[in-house]
Design a binder for this molecule. Sequence first.
Ligand SMILES: Nc1nc2c(c(=O)[nH]1)N[C@H]1C(S)=C(S)[C@@H](COP(=O)(O)OP(=O)(O)OC[C@H]3O[C@@H](n4cnc5c(N)ncnc54)[C@H](O)[C@@H]3O)O[C@H]1N2
Ligand code: MOO
Ligand SMILES: [Mg+2]
Length: 427
Amino acid sequence: MVEKRKPMAVREAVQSVMNVEYTPRQEYVPLENSYGRVLAEDLVADHDVPSFDRSPYDGFAIRAEDSAGANRNNPVHLHVVGEIGAGTVFDGEVKPGQTVRIMTGAKIPAGCDAVVMLELVHEHSDEEISIKRSFSPNDNISFQGEDTKKGSSLVAKGTTINPGVTALLATFGYAEVPVALRPRVGILATGSELLEVHEPLKPGKIRNSNAYMMAAQVERAGGEPVLLGNLPDDLEACTEAAKDALKKVDILITTGGASVGDYDYVPNILRELKATTLFNKVAMRPGSVTTVGETNGQLFFGLSGNPSACFVGFELFVRPILRRALFSQKPHLRKTKAVLGMDFPKPNPFTRLVRASLDDADGHFVVEPAGLDKSGSVTSIAGADVLIVLPGGTRGYEKGMSVDILMLEDHKGSEWPWENIVASYRS
Ligand SMILES: Nc1nc2c(c(=O)[nH]1)N[C@H]1C(S)=C(S)[C@@H](COP(=O)(O)OP(=O)(O)OC[C@H]3O[C@@H](n4cnc5c(N)ncnc54)[C@H](O)[C@@H]3O)O[C@H]1N2
Ligand code: MOO
Ligand SMILES: [Mg+2]
């Protein structure tokens, strides 16, 4: 008799994985290698930006009071006492009737409180200019601290370093950046039908696509994939490989053999590893056979062999663990809403997660399946921007209904997307 499994609700299954402790660790990397990594400490301004009052224009720094009453018929003449470009400073103090030629980015000389753009100045000689209008104190000055003040919190730890964060790290002198250590994720493909990618097709065989897909998913989530190869459906070989892998990696993922068939060894491997099974059936489609075990604090994800089920299992269960290991406060896929672009008439007792493409029409997002909506499909993954969440137990869904979606290409994430997912309504 085949083993009868009790399906666990998606949110409970995700929660049970998140209940397993994982302590994030950090390392330092050179700034130029930090793009795409995750900050391991809050970034706080340790000085004002800009750190001195400076000129936003090429022009002349003046004492605003000197320009009082100036107009077209009555220009004010000033004596040029110096010239400064960005990076140089004017020593001394500018006195009444004096001005300093100043370039964009240069520090405002002592005594000056306004800048006149070159275009508004008449230059009589290197030593004398005139201006035809008056200026107020503070005109055309970039003030110390106007961008940010010393002590301000700028970027929270757990944030993925984007080019803007890189600019801040450089601004505040981070030649070495504290980043989260990437968790090492072992990937083991099981199945006697699997060929290496370079091998020609043979009857009954397929190339191992899941391992490479998951390596890319691990990278997208911020982890470090460790490809451990393919194994035939052989319990002893698979168990040995899993034992060995758990010594080398933080987290282990297998693909294939998670169901109830003759060669589906994941349950036996977990038994041999003396692992605690968190669940071996989830009320979702695809990915219902997703099995997760814990052994000595290490997680073992037995994902389905079916490519789309494997993909979805990873995004729902592995991704949040990796993001949390990277200090994220929002480790899950970001949830938002969109309008269904087509009918889903078939009722299903399980929550469906449809790989879908996201487009905009009439000012809102519309989602449609990205291809063949079957667990064994490999082609529908490439065009998937989101997973549409269709809770089970309804009569089906109609085009035009508003549905929850989980975004696949996104850095922000969500804290916990699994509350308030209700069957759709018409928008
Ligand atoms: N009697 C039942 N049969 C099945 C059930 C069930 O409940 N009762 N569940 C079905 C569901 S749902 C799924 S999903 C699959 C899960 O299969 P397994 O995790 O056991 O995976 P395999 O049987 O090893 O392979 C399934 C499928 O995927 C292909 N595959 C495997 N590995 C790879 C890989 N690395 N790259 C690409 N494709 C891969 C494999 O050739 C099979 O076609 O079970 C259903 N059956
Ligand atoms: O686990 Mo299967 O993917 O439900 O289709
Ligand atoms: Mg199977």
